[in-house]
Design a protein around this ligand. Structure first.
Ligand code: ADP
Length: 275
């Protein structure tokens, strides 16, 4: 395996020199291998969003470096936009960024900007729609006529259509009903299996992360406090509790099943939520 992303002493400070100065990410160093599925968890305000926005050059680190395939993404600031094609970012509530006349045009926006056209563009759009479970008949509709869940899928499809080397999703299932969450998560897993690209998923839901991630980054108060295989992280129940993250029983059962090679059935998460 080879490294796709390497973070070196990465820090981000909001409002430097003002009374509101706040270190949101403090001296984070870690490496992510190509093809890994990484989960990021931590409380609200722990620095997760700031961290991931530095991965695609949307935010420039106050200090430290982000290396993509061994190169500092800020080596040529003029080229920073190209990094956004390589590290695709799905923000929280991405459906608010839909703006084209049709769903197909919306999904095509990114790949068109990358220079794709004709059959190649069409394939990128259709593949992305398939990965996110968008039916063909929706592609010619206005994005504003879609349901909430469909809009979310269309927005995610727009990022997947760029075939990014690294796909970052910040709380992609937020606000969806349990069924919608399960289905979307399964589709992301399927995408990861087929494309074998790196996926980074930020989530509040330990169940979601336990179900899909190979490794987990735990953030607490701007610091990286754990980065290890999923099983290892969840085996440190007491340390997680100390930072206020309680591992639900169902998550332990699910991990056990995964360990034994079972596919964790869809719908199991809804049982936990009902308890
Ligand atoms: P998370 O994604 O884990 O909820 P964030 O990265 O959004 O965490 O925030 C980390 C810290 O940075 C928090 O204390 C938050 O209040 C602060 N922060 C986030 N965005 C801004 C901003 N635009 N200006 C000032 N502080 C911010």
């Amino acid at each position: 395996m080879s490294k796709v992303l390497e973070l070196k002493n990465l820090s981000y400070v909001y409002g430097t020199g003002t009374p509101f100065e706040k270190t949101a990410v403090n001296n984070v160093s870690l490496s992510i291998e190509k093809g890994e599925f990484i989960g990021i968890m931590g409380h609200t305000g722990s620095g997760k969003s700031t961290l991931v926005q530095m991965l695609n050059g949307l935010m420039k680190p106050t200090s430290g470096q982000v290396l993509l395939d061994g190169e500092d993404i800020w080596a040529n600031p003029k080229d920073i936009r190209k990094i956004r094609f390589k590290v695709g970012m799905v923000f929280q509530y991405p459906e608010y960024q839909l703006f084209e006349e049709t769903v197909a045009k919306d999904i095509a926006f990114g790949p068109t900007n990358m220079g794709k056209s004709g059959a190649e563009l069409e394939k990128a759009v259709n593949d992305a729609a398939r990965f996110t479970g968008l039916k063909d008949e929706l592609l010619e509709k206005s994005p504003f006529d879609l349901s909430g869940g469909e809009k979310r899928r269309a927005a995610i499809a727009g990022v997947i259509a760029m075939n990014p080397e690294v796909l970052v999703l910040d709380e992609p299932t937020a606000g969806l009903d349990p069924m919608g969450r399960d289905v979307l998560l399964s589709q992301i897993v399927q995408y990861h299996k087929e494309r074998k690209n790196t996926v980074i998923l930020v989530s509040h839901s330990m169940e979601d992360i336990a179900r899909v991630a190979d490794k987990i980054i735990v953030m607490n108060k701007s610091n990286l406090v754990m980065f290890d295989k999923t099983k290892e992280v969840f085996s440190k129940g007491r340390e997680l509790e100390e930072i206020g993250l309680r591992v639900p029983q169902i998550t332990k059962i699910m991990l056990d099943l995964r360990e034994k090679g079972f596919n964790v059935p869809e719908g199991i998460l809804t049982v936990d939520e009902a308890m």
